[in-house]
Write a protein that binds this ligand. Sequence first.
Ligand code: FES
Length: 299
Amino acid sequence: MSVEELVPREPGRVHAASYDDVTLARLEADATVIKARYPQERSALLPLLHLVQSQDGYVSPRGIAFCAQTLGLTTAEVSAVATFYTQYKRHPNGDYTVGVCTNTLCAVMGGDAIYEHLCDHLGIGHDETTEDGKVTLERVECNAACDYAPVVMVNWEFFDNQTPESAAAVVDALRAGEPVAPTRGADQVVTFKEMSRVLAGFPDGRADEGVGAGEATLRGTVLAHEQGWTAPPLPGQDEPRRTSARTTTRARTGTARAAASEPRTGDEQSSAERPVTGERDASSQQQETKQASSDAKED
Ligand code: FES
């Protein structure tokens, strides 16, 4: 079955029915790289959806068809996944997704006021895009950056400790095409399509730019080191785990980037290769022991 045959038609909406040969060849080459990273091909669906967004700016009907054909899935299966995650857009997205955190902490710290101010300033509401196609505004749930509340994200880059005025200045600069630097992360915010390609698994070389983890995030680690505090031992371990010199150095320098010596995903001794030692594993063993004991009693 060809990609063209799988493309659903939507009444009243015009969209390209398929990719041109050059684009399709490029997407297929990228998809081959992505699929090779997974033991089971269907596991590659999430990055493939990002790949489609890097081409079309959203998960388009032809993109759904491409994913389905590439992975041997039905378009319904692909759509089911694409509609589950908010990072996948079902209609054309702006160049910059501006997500205002209005979860509890950010909301009380000013997130609600920022969101309302941006709605008025841009003349749009949640999941709507400015007429120039530059900004899509969203209310978002916790970005795991509560120590910098209220937080705004632009294409998933952090803008910490925002105010209605500072957030408006950010969107104005984005719409004017000016380079905009997040508080942490890369030196400059990239477009939604560019970021989607990174999320598909094709680094843009910016991972080591700018500020890494900020002081507020690292404060606990630094304090634990200074006080000599350690975590309790994991089940099956005699000694508590101590903060490594490498971790401490990272905390002090404000960088949390992986050291080059750490195993990469799939390498020997990477997380996928480590023996079973975690708390969850111990719990499973305890569960099995409990079940065996219960079975013995019933016998
Ligand atoms: S509540 Fe906003 S980042 Fe957590």
